[in-house]
Design a protein around this ligand. Sequence first.
Ligand code: TYD
Ligand code: ZN
Length: 391
Amino acid sequence: MMKCRVCETDCKMFLDLGWQPIANNFIARDQFPSEPFYHLQVFFCPSCFTVQLGECPEGRGVFNENYPFFTGTSQGMIKHFVQFSELIKEKYLPANGTIMEIGSNDGTFLEHFKNWEHMGFDPSESVTRVARSKGISVYPKPFETFPAKDSKRWHGATDVFISANTFAHIPDRHGVLRNIKIMLAQGGVWINEEPYLRSIIDKLAYDQIYNEHIFYTSIASMRNALNMHHLEIIDFEILPTHGGSIRYFIGHKRAEDSNGKIDQAVEHEGLNSFDVFQHFGQAVQRCATEFKKNLLALKRPVVGYGAAAKSTTVLNYCDIGPDIVSKIYDTTPEKQGKFSPGKHIPVVSYSQFAEDDTPDVVLFVWNHGREIYDKERYRTRNWLLPVGGAA
Ligand code: TYD
Ligand code: ZN
């Protein structure tokens, strides 16, 4: 039985994505024999409504020296973070305030706050090295292991916490929430954004599901977890990033009984009953079958665009190897010359894409569609989407 990581209730499985490799583990040929696989299953907790993976590789096995994801590689994400930092300076961070980021990656975000007291937390050495070279202070360990309770200096000292696409990665939710409760200033705010489960379901974007993402957030489940630490959602907004994200504004729990906007939102999102998830699980199966059928029907080699972590889920679940998708073009030097996890499709340098006249291109990074269609002159290719359709 799978116990909920938040409330320890027995969970119910609604989606089985089979044996999957580690999504960002792009490897060389000599590593094929020792490649680890794990069973990717997704569960719903009927008590606190948390949606989460079953057993999965965690911690140092994933966010290590070789972790190849650098925030600073997408123009769209860089722009997104510039706008976000303006908002924070305007509305939330006093001139003499303190800001902290959980999962500060290569410092793309904190770079805008060098003139404030700041600290980034990130356990992955490859990215913290880059952040430090930009002059950003980093605590190179997981935030949830920071001894906040014993560091009096930090009690109630943080005006703004931010985290983008990291809270979902951390199995020890209570560790994170406990530290936030201690460190957050009175009247301070934790702004947390991550892919929104409602969007994943509506867009059938099951490729967002992979080992790094242990949790899939809903307003209903977030409210319950926060409540256990006397924190609450003050407000939220829906964003277009990663195909549909939610940005929560969280603070210390106030005296008033309830927040009408949040109560209504929980009602409206409808992610607190198992049948919604069962239905989604079935729709994913149909979507995968259809996608593979379409690729095979083309009867000619296809290439991929963007060796994103999320391509790993689709390729392995649909059992698509180099005989169907011959190569994947990608801009990240660390991935080029390597092979995709599990299915071992060669990843090649994006610089060669323009010379490749293969008409059919699978857009694995569909979430950056607009940016890419502009760049690649949309009409010159037959773009195929790996996920999506009616749920
Ligand atoms: P992204 O969708 O940002 O992330 P994730 O890995 O979390 O699913 O995809 C990042 C990968 O896509 C990265 O390897 C770089 C690659 N990429 C391109 O090759 N070209 C592009 O135009 C974009 C936006 C990304
Ligand atoms: Zn639970």
